[in-house]
Design a protein around this ligand. Structure first.
Ligand SMILES: C[S@@+](CC[C@H](N)C(=O)[O-])C[C@H]1O[C@@H](n2cnc3c(N)ncnc32)[C@H](O)[C@@H]1O
Length: 163
């Protein structure tokens, strides 16, 4: 089997994993991540979890403000890229190669996610079982069906859990 075919197959498989388990790789724009940080009330010294952390750009934007970040990413190529992207802030940012549906989430002030709409109901149930302390969810682009956001703007929805 030619090497190019093996490499291509690995790439396709790595990126297909995300689509199957939450969302394809579609990174947020810098201007949007700044708005999310503000709308979610994130401050220096707090902790944010990115469920499906992609290339790490949201965690990087948060780390630049002194916010500790924990990312879960299913695509090993993106995990490697994001660890490089966030290298300078490695004292603040940890990125795990994992399917976030299968992990026990550590305590955090804010959880950020950008998933496909078909996963939003499952996400709501998952967070209700996982979260015991007050935590803010920032959902970019999609709402939780049947649940009124506590705050929102054009493309960002804020919910509270654990209180
Ligand atoms: C729409 S992108 C968002 C990336 C990043 N959060 C951002 O805002 O720039 C969704 C990411 O979630 C990852 N992903 C999807 N399902 C996942 C799962 N179950 N566990 C971990 N990562 C997942 C995908 O590989 C992809 O990188």
């Amino acid at each position: 089997m030619p090497l190019w075919f093996i490499i291509l197959s690995v790439l396709v498989l790595a990126f297909a994993l995300g689509v199957k388990r939450g969302a394809p790789y579609l990174p947020i724009l810098k201007r949007d991540s700044d708005v999310l940080i503000k709308l979610g009330g994130l401050k220096s010294g707090q902790t944010v979890i990115d469920l499906g952390s992609g290339d790490g750009r949201f965690l990087l934007a948060a780390a630049r403000l002194g916010i500790k970040g924990i990312g879960y990413e299913i695509n090993p190529i993106l995990v490697a890229v994001s660890r490089l992207v966030c290298w300078r802030y490695r004292h603040l940012v940890t990125i795990h190669l994992a399917d976030f549906w299968r992990v026990k989430l550590p305590p955090a002030d804010v959880i950020y996610t950008f998933l496909l709409p078909k996963y939003m109901t499952e996400l709501d149930s998952y967070l209700k079982t996982q979260i015991k302390q007050p935590t803010t969810l920032i959902s970019f682009a999609f709402e939780i069906p049947g649940r009124k956001p506590d705050k929102h703007n054009r493309n960002t929805f804020i919910y509270h859990y654990g209180d």
